[in-house]
Design a protein around this ligand. Structure first.
Ligand code: SF4
Length: 708
């Protein structure tokens, strides 16, 4: 039960799981533990929490798996030994300096996480880009939202979600594609559910090769063949144009590229598109009809579009539907990408990806590079983009990269072609792992392990999917010698001999970050911790001395961030570039999440309740496919791709399309076996622009396991 004196024992925070960013109240109990409840005053969730959020306290209270002190080994044959912080950081600084002097700054890299707080992202980015002289910082956001980032920049001129969550209650059509928000963004979806319940005319279209829980609300489910999203979106666009259901005023005055778009969508007949997508022509026309009737039209998407070899094209083809109908910059309308991680957006604000700069500045722009260099007072910013997530592991493989520092992420479960990634890490020269838990497989290949403070054990800020910045209070001390991630990085930077990392507190880092955003599109130079605490949360932009009340919705003046101030309608090709199926690998594998687990389960698997939903990994297969293969429910299936193998229980379901199988992405090595790990199968193919991997499409075979 919560303590009685709430005033002294309760602090506000934000859920550290998905990008919905629900407000949480943390109750500090007399025995040092915490409990959590939804914050009724928080505009995002109004007191609601999903199964993961309402069990957050278990992950903090249970210290059984926590890393408590730094560990190190002097060579690969030695066991890890407990050392002091000074020893661990001195040696790491010496190793980094040696590599940098001998092989150049690009021989080292940081691989971090969309779960890091903004302040943590800021100092990592400042260290590598401003002082070490390399852009080799990437995060697991590369596996998550990078296709959407490129899509927004190409279409709207800026990496920005133009709508706010309050637009949900103003919309009358939701086009949900490549997403299962009923499971993966549950609180946002509850708002859609409540809105539809109160307004039965509200329509929902769901596009997904699987019948998910999200489909329970759908007026139309387009169960497309995997990877055919662009063809579908183009076909809907064609019907809208044919029927005159487009916004000619918006297209003429506020957009460009319509003629090329029109030419490309008319290349295929609706019948051809229906055949390619595996849906009926009449359903495509019905989707277009719903859009034509909508006064408020929101497109929602996440990994089903982003995690693709053509992820950027998929994003652009979807945003085009908002643009040709003029459904942007007005209440209840616009694209709303659903961020997978809690602070992927905050990370991008500080420039925390290998191709970004602080405050969404352009790495290619010498003026921007000089601005940042002068501000930081460090070395010249390298104009060459750094290595992205998968490229880092390629560079470790071929020896270009000598040292990698992995922070708050578990790449050996989450990267595609995970067996290869594991082989690479095993042979890497120098691996630093900074984490809260002793569970991630990555730790077994670490030369140095650094214990980090967890959620509720440190303070800082995050930005959710609607540009809402919130402040997370510290509620309890970290166990053992664990330190906040930002402090670890700053201590290391000082060991490297760099100035500018002697912050007294996280508020100082935040103050520096907001100053650097001045006069940019994401200007939050008027913001500080006190203002965020006073308002509870604020959305960007938030300019100095002027709270932009209506920053909740962008582009209300129909002026975009492109050089012409017009939105760009891109005529993208619809060809799929994923690997081919053939007689050896005849099925398409798609991977995804289940309701109660988060990422690689390093936190959620600590909670018994959350493990009850699905207790083990499984493969979902259509009954017709299962019959043909002699598979029955509960059998063990062997699934093979051109890269690896998985053995999991069979779950026969009519909810998956024939010819497609589904594996959850959460499970990694269990009891030494990696045969639950879906990413043994996935491939390294990436989108050529966003560099996001093709997790949603790989060719596999499936057979019944028989004991040798
Ligand atoms: Fe946390 Fe997302 Fe659930 Fe909200 S919807 S409680 S942010 S996991």
């Amino acid at each position: 039960m919560p303590s009685k004196n709430k005033k002294d024992t309760r602090v506000t925070s934000t859920c550290c799981y998905c990008g919905v960013g629900c407000g949480v109240l943390i109750n500090k109990e007399r025995n040092g533990s915490i409990t959590v409840e939804g914050n009724k005053d928080y505009p995002v969730n109004k007191g609601m929490l999903c199964s993961k959020g309402m069990n957050l306290h278990y992950t903090v209270n249970d210290k059984s798996d926590r890393l408590l002190y730094p560990q190190m080994r002097y060579n690969k044959n030695m066991p890890l030994q407990r050392v002091s912080w000074d020893d661990a950081l001195n040696r790491t600084a010496a190793v980094f300096k040696t590599f940098i002097n001998k092989y150049g700054p690009d021989s080292v890299a940081f691989y971090a996480s969309g779960q890091c707080l903004t302040e943590e992202y800021y100092v990592i980015n400042k260290l590598i880009k401003g002082f070490i002289g390399s852009n080799n910082i990437d995060t697991n956001s590369r596996l998550c939202m990078s296709s959407a980032v490129v899509g927004y920049k190409m279409a709207l001129g800026e990496d920005c979600v133009p709508v706010c969550y309050d637009d949900i209650e103003l919309a009358d059509l939701f086009y949900v594609t490549g997403a299962n928000p009923a499971w993966c963004h549950p609180i946002l979806w509850r708002r859609v559910e409540a809105h539809k319940a109160a307004n039965p005319d509200v329509k929902i279209i769901v596009v997904d090769p699987r019948v998910t829980d999200t489909c329970a609300l759908a007026d139309l489910h387009l169960q497309i063949n995997p990877g055919t999203d662009v063809t579908l979106n183009h076909a809907i666009g064609r019907v809208l144009i044919e029927n005159g259901d487009i916004d000619l005023d918006f297209i003429t005055n506020h957009a460009e590229g319509f003629e090329q778009y029109s030419a490309i969508v008319f290349k295929r007949t609706i019948a051809e598109a229906a055949e390619i997508c595996g849906v009926t022509e009449s359903d495509i026309r019905l989707a277009a009809l719903y859009i034509s009737e909508a006064k408020g039209f929101i497109t929602m998407w996440t990994m089903g579009l982003n995690q693709s070899a053509i992820g950027v094209n998929k994003n652009l083809s979807l945003i085009n539907l908002n643009l040709i109908t003029g459904h942007i910059g007005k209440p209840g309308s616009g694209p709303l990408s659903l961020t997978g991680q809690p602070n992927a957006m905050g990370g991008r604000e500080v420039g925390g990806l290998s191709n970004l700069m602080p405050a969404h500045r352009d790495l290619n722009n010498p003026v921007h590079r000089e601005e940042v260099q002068k501000f930081w007072g460090g070395n010249a910013i390298n104009p060459k983009p750094g290595l992205t997530a998968t490229e880092m592991f390629e560079a470790l493989h071929d020896g270009r990269l000598k040292a990698i520092w992995i922070i708050c992420t578990n790449p050996l479960t989450s990267l595609p072609n995970a067996r290869l990634a594991e082989e690479v890490l095993k042979k890497a020269n120098y691996v630093v792992v900074q984490d809260i838990s002793n569970k991630p497989e990555t730790l077994q290949y670490a030369d140095v392990i650094l214990p980090a403070a967890a959620w509720a054990e440190k303070e800082g800020t995050m930005t959710n999917s609607e540009r809402r910045i919130s402040y997370l209070h510290k509620a309890v001390d970290a166990p053992g010698e664990a330190l906040p991630d930002a402090e670890i990085i700053c201590r290391f930077a000082r060991k490297m001999g760099f100035n500018g990392f002697d912050y007294q507190k996280p508020a100082d880092i935040y103050a520096e970050h907001v100053r650097l955003t001045a006069k940019t599109n994401i200007d939050i130079s008027g913001l500080n911790y006190d203002i965020i605490k006073e308002h509870g949360s604020v959305q960007w932009p938030y300019k100095k001395k002027r709270y932009v009340k209506d920053s909740s919705r962008l582009f209300i003046n129909r002026q975009f961030y492109t050089p012409t101030q017009k939105a760009c309608i891109h005529a993208v090709p619809d060809e799929l570039t994923s690997e081919n199926t053939d007689s050896n690998y005849p099925f398409v594998l798609t991977t995804g999440r289940i309701r109660d687990q988060w990422h690689t389960m390093s936190k959620t698997a600590k909670v018994n309740k959350l493990n009850q939903h699905y207790k083990q990994a499984f493969v979902e297969i259509h009954p017709n496919d299962a019959n043909g293969l002699g598979l029955t429910d509960g059998d063990i299936a062997v699934i093979k791709s051109r890269r690896g193998e998985v053995r999991v229980k069979v779950h026969i379901s009519t909810e998956i399309k024939q010819g497609v199988i589904f594996l959850p992405m959460h499970w990694g090595k269990i009891l030494g076996s990696d045969l639950n790990r879906a990413n043994n199968l996935t491939n390294d193919l990436i989108d050529p622009v966003s560099k996001e991997p093709d997790f949603k499409f790989c060719a596999v075979s499936i057979t019944k396991y028989t004991k040798p």
